[in-house]
Design a binder for this molecule. Structure first.
Ligand code: F0G
Length: 409
């Protein structure tokens, strides 16, 4: 039975008390959240806003005091962190610094190459993961926890890649994946992936943010386990991007990451931060987040220095993966940028497509959201914010084949 059954109020809605009680019963009845099965005992939950600390939970990710999304912090880092990525194990190569659920699901994710794309410039090509995006790293961990809890269904809202990955890993683990997609706003290749992996697909009118509200309702009512990036355990898998970069080049000067729901930039920051806590590195890379001009809530929030999110109600960009107006991990993303002297930058759709084509002409085919990192690099190079004498990593989050319609025939 779940020890930590306190259930915090939903992010976007206040549910009647009766429903909340029902929710508590549902989770308790259906899922076994016992610490030993999940191997999350080495963590504490800390609130990035008010500092509240509590024991870790597999289902309850918000601060009971202020409602912010909690951080899962390793209470004690192993004294002797030694790892080397091995394809056979996927992200579980880094199990020293991960939860240790009873069941470990893997499709041998991770181990993606750093490809030289310019002077001092490398792309970490996450498009070479099993389903073609970085999401697989997080799903390996999130789905393992779900399976270990005895969950039958998992649910995500998605701009496409999370859905593809949850569908594949859900299928792999024998779980029922449910994916909620904003109607008409998901790239064809990604939609096809969810179909072939046998997910139940629901179209939602509106944007990703509306689909997320519905997916979280399903989670809160106990119908399915959420694998969106409110789930801190999924982000634990994604931090392995930092570990792999470290294994190849130690600490780069800059890491440029496309930002949508804002989980990945934080996850990568967390990976480096842990390496620093473990004494393996003595500085952090500058974290640089990129948003498209028409979908830039984090940029506006960071630029104005305010302490609540400036939402975008009708986000627009050709980079459909990051067409998000209300990123749930905004506070964690801002923390990653601020603590590394980093920044958030915006790029136009035109610049994104030109950057996509330039990378493709060097043999690296990425989807538009991923190409935004190269567009941002070129912009920051012109402005003198980054230098070609530095070591810069572009996190090329998804494969170009996912979005064939973005390529002019
Ligand atoms: N790049 C790609 C290719 C993505 O699919 C996403 C997010 C991001 C970057 C941004 O990462 O959300 O952690 O800031 N895609 C999500 C999805 C939203 O549903 O597939 P983030």
């Amino acid at each position: 039975m779940c020890k930590n059954m306190g259930f915090s109020l939903p992010l976007t809605h206040i549910l009647p008390v009766i429903l909340i009680n029902q929710v508590r019963r549902n989770h308790r009845d259906r899922w076994d959240c016992g610490g030993n099965r999940l191997g999350i005992g080495g963590y504490v939950f800390k609130c990035p806003r008010c500092g509240y600390e509590t024991e870790p939970s597999p289902i309850n990710f918000t601060c009971p005091r202020c409602g912010s999304l909690m951080e899962a912090v390793l209470a004690e880092l192993p004294r002797d962190v030694r790892f080397r990525y091995r394809r056979r194990l996927g992200v579980w190569s880094y199990v020293q610094l991960l939860p240790r659920p009873r069941v470990r699901v893997t499709l041998n994710e991770g181990g993606t190459p750093l490809i030289k794309v310019g002077k001092g410039l490398y792309g970490k090509f996450e498009g070479l993961n099993p389903t073609g995006s970085f999401k697989d790293r997080g799903m390996a961990v999130g789905v393992s926890l779900a399976k270990s809890m005895g969950v039958h269904s998992v649910v995500v809202a998605s701009t496409g890649n999370t859905a593809a990955s949850a569908s594949a890993y859900g299928a792999r683990a024998g779980l029922r994946p449910i994916v909620l997609l904003p109607n008409g706003k998901v790239a064809r290749g990604k939609l096809i992936q969810s179909i072939v992996h046998g997910a139940s697909i629901m179209g939602v009118e509106g944007y990703f943010d509306d689909a997320l509200t519905e997916a979280l309702e399903m989670f809160k009512s106990g119908k399915a386990y959420s694998l969106n990036s409110i789930n801190v355990w999924r982000l634990e898998g994604q931090k392995s991007i930092a570990y792999e970069i470290y294994e190849e080049v130690k600490v780069p000067d800059n890491v440029i990451v496309p930002v949508g729901n804002a989980g990945n930039i934080y996850a990568i920051w967390k990976g480096f931060w842990e390496l620093m806590q473990a004494g393996l590195i003595d500085k952090l890379p500058r974290m640089i987040g990129v948003q498209a001009e028409g979908a830039a809530p984090l940029y506006e929030t960071w630029r104005r220095g305010v302490d609540s999110l400036i939402e975008v109600n009708a986000p627009r960009t050709i980079a459909s993966a990051i067409r998000i107006g209300k990123p749930v991990n905004w506070l964690k993303a801002i923390k990653s940028v601020k603590t590394t002297n980093g920044l958030i930058v915006t790029v136009s759709d035109g610049d994104i497509m030109r950057a996509r084509d330039r990378l493709a002409r060097r043999g690296v085919f990425v989807e538009p959201a991923s190409a935004s990192t190269y567009a941002a690099y070129l912009k920051l190079l012109r402005e003198g914010v980054v230098d070609s004498g530095e070591l810069t990593i572009l996190v090329l989050t998804g494969h170009g084949l996912k979005d064939p319609d973005s390529v002019k025939g």
